[in-house]
Design a protein around this ligand. Structure first.
Ligand code: ZN
Ligand code: ZN
Length: 404
C-alpha cells in the first residue's frame, strides 16, 4: 500500500526528537524501507538508518535526509504542532520542534524511495537512502561514517540531498562550489563574584561583564574583517542569575560563528578569545573565563561538474526559471562529511517550502521570502503540499540523472 506522505509528515511534525534521540522516527523509517523491499541497516552512528536497493549494474547513488528536531517552542498554531518536551543534552527540560524542516526531508526521501522502488525497470544501479541523526549538532554524519557506514553499505558515486527553505514552493536553489558556511559553536563561561544586589561594590558582576562582552563580540565582524571576507557571529545564548536582587557568580554565552574560509575563521576565533579575556580583565575578574569549542565542521562544497549535471535534471523537473542560484549562504550542513568519507562528489540543493499564494503578484519574490519565518523560527511552517511532492520529484529527478 502506498505511503500516505501527508499523514506521515503531520505525524513526524507532531513528534519531533532531539539530536541523536531520533528513535521513534528511525523505527518508522526502517518499517517503511522494509515494506518497500530494501535491505535495511539500523543503528548506524546511534539512530541512523540506511536502506539499500540493489537493482542491477550501474552507479551507486546516495540520497540523504536528516531526522532531528530543535529545542524550540513551536508557535505555528498548526493543528499538528508539536507539544513535545524532552531532556536536553545539559539535563534541562526543553520544548522540541521540527523548526528546521527535517520532517520534510525524511518524508520526501521515503516518497522518492517508493517511486524508485516501484519503477525498477526504468533504471539500473544501486540506491542508498541515508536517514541521518543529529544534523543540528553537526555530529550525525560523522558519527555514521565512524560507525562504519561505508563498510556496511555500498560506497556511492555521488551524494545528493536537499533542505527545505522559506522561498516559493516549486523553486529549487542550487549553487556550485562553496555553497554553505563552516560553523563553530563556542560556550563561554565568565566568572564573577556574586553577592547582594544592593551592594554591587562587594561583587564582580558577571551580568555587566556578559553584556559588555556581547556588544564587543558583535563588533568583530564589522571592525576586524574586510568587506570581501564574509562571516557571521551570533550570541544566541546569554544566561546569568536567578533573582532580581542576587548578583550571580557567573554568566554563560553561547556563540555561533559562520565562515567560508579558514583564515577568516581563525581571525574570528582569535578575536573572540581576545575580547572575552579582555572584557573579563576590564571587569576585574579574579578568574580567567573558560572558552569551550563545542562543534565545528567544514564548509559545504558542491562539486562543480556534478552540480551542473544535476541542475539540468532539476530544470527538466521544475522548469529553468524555477531553478535559481542563491549564491553561498551562511547556513551550515554536515552532509559534506558523507561525501568526503565516500570520496564522492556532493550536490546539495534548497527546496522551496513557502505557500505560493504569499508570492502572488510580488515583483520581488525573494524580498517576500526574507520576511517569512525562517528555519529555526518557532513559526517556521512549510506548506505541506505541494512541498512534499516537489521534494520527492527533486530527489527522483536527481537520482535518475545519475542512475543508469
Ligand atoms: Zn537547522
Ligand atoms: Zn536543517
Amino acid at each position: 500500500m502506498a505511503i500516505d506522505l501527508e499523514e506521515l509528515y503531520r505525524d513526524l511534525h507532531e513528534h519531533p526528537e532531539l539530536s541523536f534521540r531520533e528513535h521513534r522516527k528511525a523505527a518508522i523509517v526502517a518499517g517503511h524501507l522494509l515494506g518497500l523491499g530494501l535491505a535495511v541497516h539500523e543503528g548506524i552512528g546511534g539512530t541512523g538508518v540506511v536502506g539499500v536497493l540493489e537493482n542491477g549494474p550501474g552507479p551507486t547513488v546516495l540520497l540523504r535526509a536528516d531526522m532531528d528536531g530543535l529545542p524550540v517552542q513551536e508557535e505555528t498554531g498548526l493543528p499538528y504542532a508539536s507539544r513535545v518536551r524532552a531532556t536536553g543534552p545539559d539535563g534541562n527540560d526543553v520544548p522540541v520542534m521540527h523548526a528546521c524542516g527535517h520532517d520534510v526531508h525524511v518524508t520526501a526521501l521515503l516518497g522518492a524511495v517508493e517511486v524508485l522502488a516501484g519503477d525498477r525497470n526504468a533504471w539500473s544501479g544501486t540506491l542508498v537512502a541515508v536517514f541521518q541523526p543529529a544534523e543540528e549538532r553537526g555530529g550525525g554524519a560523522q558519527a555514521m561514517v565512524e560507525d562504519g557506514l561505508f563498510q556496511r553499505v555500498p560506497v556511492p558515486d555521488v551524494v545528493l540531498g536537499q533542505h527545505v527553505a522559506p522561498f516559493p514552493v516549486g523553486w529549487v536553489g542550487l549553487h556550485a562550489g562553496v555553497a554553505m558556511a563552516s560553523p563553530d559553536a563556542l560556550t563561554v563561561t565568565l566568572h564573577g563574584v556574586g553577592g547582594h544586589g544592593s551592594r554591587p561594590e562587594t561583587t564582580i558582576d558577571p551580568v555587566t561583564m556578559a553584556a559588555a562582552t556581547t556588544l564587543r563580540l558583535n563588533s568583530i565582524v564589522s571592525r576586524e574583517l574586510a568587506a570581501t571576507s564574509p562571516a557571521v557571529l551570533t550570541v544566541g545564548q546569554l544566561h546569568a542569575g536567578t533573582k532580581h536582587n542576587v548578583i550571580p557568580e557567573r554568566a554563560t554565552l553561547g556563540i555561533s560563528v559562520r565562515s567560508f574560509d579558514e583564515s577568516v575563521r581563525s581571525t574570528v576565533l582569535a578575536a573572540i578569545g581576545r575580547v572575552v579575556r579582555g572584557e573579563a580583565a576590564a571587569s576585574g575578574a579574579v578568574r580567567e573565563p573558560d572558552i569551550v569549542q563545542e562543534d565545528h565542521f567544514p564548509v559545504t562544497v558542491n562539486d562543480a561538474d556534478a552540480t551542473e549535471r544535476t541542475r539540468v535534471a532539476l530544470r527538466g523537473a521544475f522548469g529553468g526559471q524555477h531553478v535559481i542560484d542563491p549564491g553561498h549562504i551562511s547556513g551550515s550542513e554536515d552532509v559534506g562529511n558523507l561525501a568526503t568519507a565516500a570520496g564522492a562528489p556532493l550536490v546539495f540543493w534548497f527546496l522551496g517550502g513557502a505557500d505560493p499564494q504569499l508570492f502572488a503578484g510580488a515583483s520581488n519574490p525573494m524580498a517576500v521570502a526574507a520576511a517569512l519565518p525562517s528555519n529555526h523560527s518557532p513559526r517556521f511552517a512549510p506548506v505541506i503540499q505541494p512541498t512534499l511532492t516537489h521534494g520527492v520529484d527533486a530527489l527522483v529527478a536527481a537520482a535518475r540523472e545519475w542512475l543508469a
